[in-house]
Write a new protein. Structure first.
Length: 140
């Protein structure tokens, strides 16, 4: 007596379309996400027609509208700023300090920060502005 063998049906799962869909989703999420350049520090820069572009590898001091100070996105107070700035300038190749101040701050605070930067032996001092064409009101 002969036994009949059952025929096996070969099933394969083709994952090539699945990989295509995953890559499409990845591209979609990468393109639709928002990249924030300065997280946590909201300032409105004053406008100027004669502004020049500087690279972001210099040392930046942010002065927020509530008079909080940030040295390269790290919050510092006015008393600690000279020591912290001297350390940053000692490590930096370019000894230029960029001051990014909100347009609503007191001029006296900006002058104090500029004086601290000069005392810390900064070779260059730049006050950051936004270009005139970027001066359109921002909607939140």
């Amino acid at each position: 007596m002969e036994f009949e063998r059952r025929k096996r049906v070969g099933t394969e799962l083709n994952i090539a379309p699945l990989i295509d869909i995953v890559f499409l989703l990845l591209i979609f999420f990468m393109l639709s996400s928002h990249f924030v350049t300065q997280p946590g520090i909201k300032i409105i820069l004053p406008t100027a027609v004669t502004g020049k572009l500087y690279s972001d590898d210099e040392i930046s001091i942010f002065i927020a509208s509530d008079h909080r100070l940030y040295l390269n996105e790290e919050e510092v107070n006015l008393e600690r700023l000279p020591d912290e700035l001297k350390l940053k300038l000692a490590e930096a190749e370019k000894k230029t300090v960029i001051i990014k101040a909100d347009e609503k701050i007191d001029l006296g605070l900006a002058v104090k920060v500029m004086d601290i930067a000069k005392q810390a032996e900064a070779e260059g001092l730049v006050i950051s502005t936004k270009a005139e064409e970027d001066a359109r009101p921002q909607s939140d």
